[in-house]
Design a protein around this ligand. Structure first.
Ligand SMILES: *[C@@H]1O[C@H](CO)[C@@H](O)[C@H](O)[C@H]1NC(C)=O
Ligand SMILES: *[C@@H]1O[C@H](CO)[C@@H](O)[C@H](O)[C@H]1NC(C)=O
Ligand SMILES: *[C@@H]1O[C@H](CO)[C@@H](O)[C@H](O)[C@H]1NC(C)=O
Ligand SMILES: *[C@@H]1O[C@H](CO)[C@@H](O)[C@H](O)[C@H]1NC(C)=O
Length: 361
């Protein structure tokens, strides 16, 4: 039973055939990030009859610190600014703190063949020149926010495409920006930016925003409530690929590094025990304190430490020869390594055979 489960999960991951993770009856309800039967509303919204609607700015908590909006006005709190934006979508968040003269934030795409794609360039409010985003840590979540900000209502289509950039750019770019978003921001300015120095040339983040021309014709695609099509295998994985979260709200199970709330919502594992309720049923923050109360020695950490001292093994690549190193007391590292190698390959052969037999494309 257990092995069967593991195999099924592995296959789900390996091959995008797990359509039955989705609850079709639930999908007809067309839930999105604004469905408070499924998810919490933002602090600047309130839940009325199952839908998140804008609060009025005065309904926000009074304390907090000032933020500046793209309409040039400063607001007492982030909540007040967002509630104002909720009512007047053109006035977006600009920066934390009071407004700075000539403060400006912008996102643009460069080196693409059309206006809906390219390398992402950002001008931060307190930096005087535009900067590129680092590819590392750039995901569909950030890309959706960027495309939305650029006016593409359905967010991003893909983040993998590479673009040809001028040679001297490789040499000149010694720094790039790491950006992290939660996914429901209306401007990249609301996301967290970290400046990274890059000694060598590092790949820069690019994006293809979703337009009618990018519609994928694949058979196994999922239609988001906002009309965007995404591959079926990206549903119920804890990642808001759709941009409106509709791919994560009707799940019977979750793929990859994600956690199933009792409400049928998949959230990223990293939201578990993060001090913020993410499941409306609350189970992502239950039992967290107890778990961190360590009563015995952590032998798993010790096991990991020992493992890190052993020669590295990667599946499918036969180690050339056991590395010469000091003998580990009570063990023969080289033999252990080969046993693991064989199991690993057997599993792969088994999966490949299964794939050939049942899942011919
Ligand atoms: C908000 O108010 C609470 C209670 O009055 C206080 O504990 C907290 O420090 C305040 N926070 C800020 C950011 O002023
Ligand atoms: C915003 O700025 C204020 C001071 O102006 C600071 O106290 C606060 O921590 C900042 N908030 C964030 C999220 O950085
Ligand atoms: C790279 O630097 C050189 C000299 O410092 C400059 O001439 C060139 O315009 C720069 N290229 C880009 C794309 O910024
Ligand atoms: C969808 O699948 C069917 C049969 O599996 C195939 O005949 C058809 O060409 C596919 N359509 C697309 C757009 O891939």
């Amino acid at each position: 039973m257990k092995l069967a489960h593991v195999t099924l999960l592995f296959l789900c991951f390996y091959k995008s055939f797990c359509k039955d993770l989705l609850d079709n009856k639930c999908l007809t309800e067309k839930y999105t990030h604004l469905s408070c039967n499924k998810v919490f509303c933002q602090p600047w919204q309130k839940c009325i009859d199952g839908t998140c609607v804008c609060k009025l700015p005065y309904q926000c908590p009074k304390n907090g610190s000032r933020v500046c909006s793209t309409n040039g006005k400063s607001y007492l709190t982030y909540c007040q600014q967002k509630s104002f934006e909720c009512l007047q979508p053109r006035a977006k968040f600009l920066n934390n703190g009071t407004c700075i003269a000539e403060g400006e934030f912008s996102v643009s795409l460069k080196y693409g063949t059309t206006t809906s794609e390219g390398i992402v360039e950002v001008k931060l409010v307190d930096q005087d020149k535009k900067m590129f985003i680092c590819k590392k840590a750039w995901s569909i979540v950030e890309a959706n926010v960027a495309c939305l900000e650029l006016g593409f209502q359905q967010g991003a289509f893909e983040v993998q495409k590479s673009f040809e950039v001028p040679e001297d750019l490789h040499v000149n770019s010694t720094e790039c920006l790491h950006v992290h978003c939660r996914g429901l921001e209306t401007s990249l300015a609301e996301c967290t930016f970290i400046k990274k120095r890059t000694k060598n040339y590092q790949d820069l983040a690019g994006v293809v925003c979703y337009t009618q021309n990018t519609v994928s014709s694949a058979n196994d695609s999922f239609r988001c409530v906002n009309g965007k099509y995404i591959p079926q295998k990206k549903t119920c994985n804890g990642v808001n690929d759709c941009g409106d979260q509709s791919d994560e709200l009707c799940c019977k199970g979750c793929r990859g590094k994600s956690f199933l709330c009792k409400s049928g919502v998949c959230i990223p594992n990293k939201y578990k025990c993060n001090g913020e309720l993410d499941c409306i049923t609350g189970e992502d923050e239950i039992g967290c304190k107890e778990e961190t109360e360590l009563l015995t020695a952590n032998m798993d950490a010790e096991r990991k430490r020992i493992k890190s001292l052993l020669p590295k093994l990667s599946c499918g690549v036969k180690p050339i020869r056991p590395t010469r190193r000091k003998r580990v007391v009570g063990g023969k590292p080289a033999e252990i390594m080969y046993v693991h190698f064989h199991i690993c390959c057997l599993v792969l052969i088994f999966l490949t055979a299964l794939r050939g037999k049942y899942f011919v494309d």
